[in-house]
Design a protein. Structure first.
Lengths: 387, 456
């Protein structure tokens, strides 16, 4: 009895498809630019906080979502960046941008080193190795109090806004912090997106899906895993550096194991192994406790904030199994239907071929395609499954 | 690929151009419009306000709103507390006391305005405290902040209080680093500073051991513990008291501090000074010292452990352990006959019926009591009931609350005395009765400014 719903069919890579993607990109850029004019400064601070978490989750998503390795140590990498920036800027007079670069390099090295023992391990065992990192970090901060301020905290981390009219107002610092974090988030997303869509990224995904097959195909497990871990840690560390300059105060409790668990929950709820999911994840990690706190403030007597927080997470997990992004995709699917571009047999020179890696990744099977996509295998028009 | 690049480049260029062309959004949003102070009120009030502001080191022209304007209608007080997270069970009861106090004192204090309290969750994390405080100041447009707990958390609010000219009266912290009236005159504090607690210890030691003693010092690896360590290092300098052993304990440690007690005992110390985190560690340390058969000539423990509920589990082992009491514990034997404390308890029962009442609830009430007392004093002063008036009063006020042990007084006289509580009651634990027995009151009023606060 039901009539088929009328939907707009969009052919992949058609003008309409490209136009829609351009509209989406423009909407995001426009939103980022317009937000300071639309919301109150405290809300902008909250968004800045949420996007800082989003950056860590973008990094975590590279390792866990695309790479399939669960890390319980990402709060530590986040903290490593925060304290590196904090110590360098307050005690050694290093400028904040330089300290960000140090954060990235340092965390990449530490991350790659942590990856080494984790190389031969899978799943829960990798998690255990990283758990050690997550547990040691706050303890180290407390022990080396002369350097880190210990449990009392490290104060006065600053990165002053440039002396321009745009940042010159009463809330100039809030605005400056917002833009710093937005730029950080944009860069992190670009790095992960380009990495995952490259030959390297397909190696990462292949190792996740079938390690033996990936190695047979020529994926260098050691270097791929180490670089993935290092990059993931470096992104988390950059977020830490931004966290330090936007908050000004660092205490070891801010980088506890609990935060890692929140980040993992955010990644899953946002949408694992997706490009936009981590951003939703960051907002969820930040805002759910805020809402839960507000709810319990209504009636101070019954402090049910913890219960609210748990309930919200359970509801989201049950209702949105594929994450917030899955919901959005389903919603978009009610209006648009994407028809995959029909792959054709091509004969191209290897050099030209290398430059088209991005296009290959957008074939049916998308970013989760195996390195076999690199082969110019004739594909039947109806073949929408992976090779 | 190249087409995409061009599109991206164009989009970026467009954004940059628009950015340059548009005005700054930061000048418009929040914070209120910039009004030169003193445009309202009489000329004599104006000069009094300017004099008071100058004395406190406040530049009225930098305030986004006029803080000399008389308050009217309902005045908003904002607060931050840990309502979620691991510390919430310990700190959330403060809110019950604060809310009861606001309702009770609105009804009884005879002020021409009513105060309302909005508290936001900060999970005890300084970064969240800062964002919550910012939201309260910008969105809820609170006129005052009050009751933020923790030294690092108060440190997060201080610069915002300064920027928005929203006084924090009082912050609930014992660290000397945040009692900094020269830099942050908009922040006053409430409660016993760590430095004063340690000063009481050393006062007692000098009376009891005129020839000196060997001291073992145990501190928590926390913000508060570091304050105790710094104070003990400072106060032992140049005395006959030698700190022969320093040990630390993590706040999260659930095991008995066996190795620390072994180390301290082996050091030959005959005095034990301990500042552990309030909680099971208090009784755990006391028990451990007894089990090691160590009987120091004096065992003084932080006043954070003075709550009877924390000491009673140690049983007979706690006999003779000393502390510097300052909070009037509703579960103490003397509480029943303390009319002032009973009045507070009755108010909490009336306005927050069914809520559990403990020492934290009473201290929450007391935090607000300090605020209302300052408001009453301001209303009678020539500054009147304004933000500046109440802030000025809080810095120049002597006030006795029944929430503190009888004989202890809140007393500040800016800039010579900027430490609110400088007295405490040295007490010894009577294990049989399960109560603290008063030894004597130490009063250092006016002596700890620059030590329990940032030196000016």
């Amino acid at each position: 009895m039901s009539t088929p719903r009328r939907r707009i069919t969009v052919v992949e890579d058609s003008m309409l498809h490209r136009g829609l993607r351009l509209v989406r990109a423009a909407a995001v850029v426009g939103l980022v630019y317009a937000l300071p004019y639309l919301v109150e400064p405290f809300r902008l601070s909250q968004i800045t906080g949420a996007c800082t978490y989003a950056i860590v989750i973008v990094g975590l998503n590279l390792l866990s979502g695309f790479g399939g390795q669960v890390s319980l140590g990402h709060a530590a990498f986040f903290g490593l960046g925060a304290y590196t920036t904090g110590i360098l800027t307050t005690k050694h007079g290093v400028s904040a941008p330089v300290s960000f670069i140090v954060d990235i390099v340092l965390a990449f090295v530490v991350g790659a080193l942590v990856a080494l023992p984790a190389l031969r391990l899978k799943g829960i065992y990798v998690a255990l190795v990283t758990l050690a990192v997550g547990l040691i970090f706050p303890a180290l901060v407390t022990k080396f109090a002369s350097l880190t301020g210990g449990a009392a905290g490290l104060f006065g981390v600053e990165y002053g806004a440039p002396n321009t009219a745009y940042f010159g107002g009463f809330n100039g610092d809030t605005l400056w912090h917002y833009w710093l974090v937005m730029i950080g988030l944009g860069l992190s997303c670009l790095v992960v997106r380009n990495l995952v869509r490259s030959r390297f990224g397909r190696g990462v995904v292949a190792l996740r899906d079938n390690e033996a097959a990936a190695i047979v195909m020529g994926v260098r497990r050691t270097s791929v895993r180490a670089v993935t871990f290092g990059t993931s840690a470096a992104i988390g560390s950059l977020a830490g550096g931004l966290f330090a300059v936007t908050n000004g105060i660092l205490t070891p409790t801010a980088f506890s194991l609990l935060l890692t668990l929140y980040l993992l929950a955010g990644m899953i709820i946002g949408g694992t192994g997706t490009f936009w999911g981590p951003i939703f994840g960051g907002f969820i990690v930040y805002y759910v406790p805020v809402w839960a706190g507000d709810l319990s403030s209504v009636d101070s007597g019954s402090n049910l904030a913890g219960v609210f927080l748990g309930a919200i997470i359970i509801v989201i997990t049950f209702v949105l199994r594929s994450g917030v992004l899955g919901l959005l995709r389903a919603a978009t699917g009610l209006v648009f239907v994407l028809q995959p571009r029909i792959p054709t047999h091509t004969t191209r020179a290897p050099a030209e071929h290398a430059g088209e890696a991005g296009d290959v990744a957008r074939r049916p099977g998308g970013p989760t395609s195996t390195p076999a996509d690199d082969l110019d295998v004739p594909v039947r028009p109806d073949a929408s499954s992976r090779i | 690929m190249s087409k995409k690049l061009v599109v991206r480049a164009l989009a970026t260029l467009a954004v940059v151009t628009t950015t340059a062309a548009c005005s700054s959004p930061s000048s418009g949003g929040g914070g209120g419009k910039s009004t030169p102070a003193g445009t309202s009120g009489t000329s004599s009030g104006q000069s009094a306000a300017q004099k008071a502001a100058a004395e406190l080191g406040i530049d009225l022209s930098k305030c986004p709103t006029d803080i000399t304007k008389p308050l009217s209608g309902t005045v908003k007080i904002g607060g931050t507390l840990a309502l979620t997270g691991p510390v919430a069970p310990a700190l959330a009861p403060l809110l019950v006391g604060e809310k009861a106090a606001v309702d009770d004192l609105n009804a009884t204090s005879g002020l021409p305005v009513k105060f309302s309290l909005t508290v936001k969750d900060d999970q005890f994390a300084p970064d969240k405290t800062a964002v919550a405080a910012q939201e309260l100041m910008q969105s809820d447009k609170v006129d005052f902040m009050s009751g933020t707990v923790g030294t690092a958390n108060v440190a997060a609010v201080e610069p915002l209080a300064q920027k928005y000219c929203v006084p924090l009266i009082p912050g609930n912290a014992g660290g000397a680093s945040v009692d900094n009236p020269k830099k942050y005159p908009f922040t006053t504090l409430w409660g016993s500073p760590s430095y004063v607690d340690v000063k009481g210890w050393f006062q007692y030691l000098q009376e009891k051991f005129p020839n000196g003693a060997k001291v073992a010092l145990m501190t928590a690896n926390t913000d508060s513990g570091l304050n105790y360590l710094a104070a003990a290092n400072d106060l032992s300098k140049g005395t006959k008291f030698q700190i022969v052993s320093k040990t630390t304990l993590d706040a999260t440690d659930t095991n008995a501090p066996s190795s620390q007690v072994t180390t301290m005992k082996a050091s030959g110390a005959n005095v034990l000074l301990a500042s552990v985190s309030p909680g099971p560690q208090c009784a755990s340390l006391v028990n451990e010292v007894a089990q090691h058969g160590w009987k120091p000539d004096a065992f003084l423990i932080t006043n954070s452990c003075s709550t009877l509920a924390l000491m009673k589990p140690a049983g007979a082992a706690a006999q003779g352990v000393m502390t510097n009491l300052w909070l009037n514990d509703p579960s103490s034997a003397s509480a029943a006959s303390d009319a002032g404390l009973q009045k507070i308890l009755a108010a909490i029962k009336k306005y927050q019926p069914g809520q559990p009442i403990n020492g934290s609830t009473v201290s929450g009430y007391s935090v607000m009591q300090v605020f209302f007392k300052a408001a009453q004093q301001a209303a009678q002063s020539n500054l009147g009931l304004s933000r500046l008036g109440i802030l000025y009063a809080a810095w120049h006020m002597t006030f006795q609350t029944a929430a503190w042990v009888p004989g202890l007084v809140y007393s500040m006289d800016f800039p010579n005395d900027v430490v609110n509580l400088e007295a405490e009651q040295l007490s010894s634990f009577d294990a049989k009765a399960g109560q603290w027995e008063k030894i004597k009151i130490y009063d250092f009023n006016g002596q700890t400014t620059g030590k329990a606060s940032v030196p000016s």
